[in-house]
Design a protein around this ligand. Structure first.
Ligand code: 3HC
Ligand code: NAI
Length: 693
């Protein structure tokens, strides 16, 4: 159990007092840390030998913010504001010495210091918006007084970290000091402040930048309009904007009051609870109970990619982006050329948008080697297969690879639906086979499902997870089942959507509800984007579904200018009378009379069916924990983070409500629809998915 004394210290270096905090892992501002800072600052102020104070942290970082686990619990003394007041009102200059990340409440403490020095690798920022919050300790009032309202708006609504150089240029850091010499440099800086008799500069008293924008309503209206799409559905960005407006138009103390009110609203709301849950879920997802961190991993220095199509090319880019060479194998030169052209075009487009330089494009292309022979993969540490979705083709590829790759190499399949256990039968070293299911476009989408087969070794799992982290993905472990975690739930969603389409809801009615709920698009717009003809062929089509009927008249999605929707030349969609006619034809065939289906029914049948499928996935041990399912749906399918994922949403609505509604919809849910026993059990016990251990 830590104490204020244990997490803080006060030492003297001549006339400079050094207040130091040591509270691993990230020096979050827990109760004891707040108490420790307050105690040491007061001691330093009372100590006649001390003339100035350096405030510094031990370990990997400066204060990383409020302790997120304390939100939602009864507040404990001392409040962060009391600590800040002690610093800001200190009669001796306080210099913040910053390394690592000075974030949120941590940066707000730094903003109360009279001066700030930092090493070049340090970063600062107010990332509260990512937790559905706003900087609640004066950050929204002090920041614009230094950087001006425009930059402050960007910083608080994006939550981006700002590097030391940029922070220095904006006036947030007063001096950049040599890396590794923070303590002595900060002490030297404090001595200079004393020698030059510099004032006790309080950010709260700076007025020039906010004064200049006072009454400028256009500034805020423009910012809102420019970002409307990005902020859609989120509450926190608007609250952050309101606070900056307050900083510009109100006296400092009134602005603080406004900030406090809005912070309290957000912190007690569902959106912030969801986003805080996701913060921890994103960290939890890497932890696999029976694959400890000490599990040996293969050091992946070279990657082989079989197939340079849509997925293979995108996957290869991830590795080139972090400097890992990839050999891409195709069966035909044309396919190889086409694959490389697409990769180059993607990189060049990124360069055109200014995100990388043309030099980076060439460097990354140089890491990619084309080949027509699997033999060239003999020295790879990891080989990922992304050939056609056909079991025989995949088995043939793996049988060949088995004889070629070096001992210990990991073999991975990017299959989206095939059984990894069956694929593994094609190789002698079954335990090196793992699923690595990327999402399209693979160079953009953050999700990676790592699929564990019956024989997959712990080392293969640990390697796939570590590789995912290295290339910037968020990896979730899934067991083997059709569709794994993500697509299995997608399928459950689609069943309900299609059922409702045959009861009277048009595709756009269903899509609208899903879009309004916060996803980027509904199931039918998504089908149009992906192509309706995935898995469809002219030879075998039987006019058995609306989708088949659409493909038969060459409405195969956006690429043909029409699918469920009609598209104009700018790819804007509008409801299609042709589709409507086909839907009605199928409705009649099914013997249904169209009925009005409420938005509420659309949402509940779709979302509750997804939650139900998630519960089955959990019960079968396909997912380790409910929050992993949420991570999959947020990062792979655009589930709005402010709703925390389908499982969290179920908890929010109440699992008893979910079960009650599913029962009430009864046979409409489909003849094969069954309610998950786990879901029923949790509902009956009044529990949530989050209560499962
Ligand atoms: N509160 C509680 N726990 C925290 C925490 C915080 N603010 N920040 C990190 N942690 C925990 C993590 O959950 C993790 O725990 P685990 O080891 O048990 O999984 C551990 O600390 C290490 O964190 P990371 O794995 O994320 O470590 P990294 O080195 O990769 O990243 C970091 C460090 C950049 C500081 C990152 O942890 C981070 O972004 N933290 C959150 C920062 C933040 O959002 N601060 C604002 C908080 S809200 C606030 O301050 C409100 C105020 O305005 C009133
Ligand atoms: P694609 O058709 O674009 O690419 C497949 C490539 O593999 C083609 O270029 C083909 O020439 C090549 N190929 C076929 N047999 C080969 C062999 N024996 N050796 C070397 N190359 C061979 O297909 P896509 O979309 O890239 O899909 C690949 C795999 O990824 C499939 O298993 C698919 O299910 C999976 N997947 C696809 C997603 C998508 O959205 N397209 C998403 C996630 C997974």
């Amino acid at each position: 159990m830590s104490t204020p004394e244990a997490v803080s210290s006060l030492t003297l270096d001549g006339e400079i007092a050094i207040v130091s905090i040591n509270h691993p892992p990230v020096n979050a501002l827990s109760t004891h840390v707040r108490a420790g800072i307050l105690m040491r600052i007061n001691e330093a102020v009372a100590n006649d030998a001390a003339k100035a104070i350096v405030f510094i942290c031990e370990g990997r970082t400066f204060l990383a913010g409020a302790d997120i686990t304390e939100f939602g619990k009864p507040p404990r003394e001392p409040a962060l504001r009391t600590v800040q007041d002690a610093i800001e009102n200190s009669t001796k200059p306080v210099v913040a010495a910053i390394h690592g990340t000075s974030l949120g409440g941590g940066f707000e403490v730094a903003l109360c210091c009279h001066y700030r020095v930092a090493v070049p690798s340090a970063k600062c920022g107010l990332p509260e918006v990512k937790l559905g919050l706003l900087p609640g300790a004066g950050g929204t009032q002090r920041l614009p007084r230094i950087v001006g309202p425009e930059k402050a708006l960007e910083m608080v609504t994006s939550g981006q970290h700002v590097g030391a150089k940029a922070a220095h240029a904006m006036g947030l850091f007063d001096e950049i000091v040599p890396e590794g010499q923070l303590r002595e440099s900060a002490i030297a800086f404090a001595r200079r402040v004393l020698a030059e008799n510099r004032p006790l500069r309080k950010v709260r008293d700076l007025d020039e930048k906010v004064q200049a924008a006072r009454g400028n309503t256009a500034l805020f209206a423009d910012f809102r309009a420019k970002n409307a799409r990005k902020f859609r559905g989120f509450e926190a960005p608007e609250a952050n904007i309101k606070c900056i407006e307050a900083a510009v138009n109100m006296p400092f103390d009134d602005g603080l009051k406004r900030e406090r009110e809005l912070f309290m609203q957000l912190v007690s709301g569902v959106q912030s609870a969801a986003q805080r849950y996701v913060f921890f879920a994103e960290r939890q997802v890497w932890k696999i109970p029976d694959v400890p961190e000490s599990t040996p991993v293969v050091d992946v220095k070279k990657v082989g990619m079989v197939g340079a199509g849509t997925m293979g090319g995108g996957i290869a880019m991830n590795f080139a982006n972090v400097g890992i060479p990839v050999t891409l194998v195709e069966t035909r030169q044309e396919a190889l050329d086409r694959g490389f052209q697409v990769i180059r075009r993607n990189y060049e487009n990124t360069a055109k948008r200014g995100r990388i330089t043309m030099d980076d494009v060439e460097k990354r292309m140089a890491l990619l080697t084309p080949s027509l022979s699997l033999d060239d993969l003999a020295d790879c540490d990891l080989v990922i297969e992304a050939v056609f979705e056909n079991m025989d083709v995949k088995k043939t590829v793996f049988a060949k690879l088995d004889a070629i790759v070096k001992p210990g190499a990991i073999l991975a399949s990017n299959t989206s639906a095939l059984n990894i256990n069956e694929i593994a039968t094609a190789v002698s070293k079954h335990d090196g086979i793992v699923g690595m299911h990327f999402f399209s476009p693979a160079n953009v989408m953050r999700l990676l499902e790592v699929v564990r087969g019956d024989a997959t070794s712990k080392s293969a799992i640990a390697t796939a997870m570590a590789v995912g982290k290295k290339i910037g993905k968020i990896a979730a472990l899934s067991g083997v089942c059709p569709g794994f975690i993500g697509n299995r739930i997608l399928y459950a969603r689609r069943l309900q959507a299609d059922a409702m389409m045959l009861e009277g809801a048009m595709p756009w009615d269903i899509d609208d509800v899903i879009y309004e709920f916060g996803l980027p698009m509904g199931p039918y717009a998504m089908s149009d984007l992906a192509g309706l003809d995935i898995g469809w062929s002219k030879e075998t089509t039987r006019h058995a579904t609306v989708r088949e009927a659409l493909c038969e008249i060459d409405r195969r999605g956006q690429k043909t200018g029409a699918g469920y929707y009609d598209y104009d030349e700018k790819r804007n969609k509008k409801p299609s009378p042709v589709t409507e006619g086909i839907v009605r034809e199928f409705m009649e065939k099914a013997g249904n009379t169209a009925r009005e289906i409420s938005k509420e029914e659309i949402l509940e049948r779709i979302v509750f069916a997804m939650i139900n499928e998630g519960a089955k996935i959990l019960d079968e041990g396909i997912a380790i924990r409910a929050s992993d399912i949420d991570i999959v749906w947020i990062n792979g399918y655009g589930w709005p983070v402010y709703r925390g994922g389908p499982m969290f949403y179920g908890d929010t609505v109440g699992l008893d409500t979910v079960v009650g509604k599913l029962k009430a919809y009864g046979s409409k849910m489909g003849a094969d629809f069954t309610i998950s026993p786990l879901l029923e059990k949790l509902a009956a016990e009044g529990k949530r998915f989050q209560d499962m251990k």
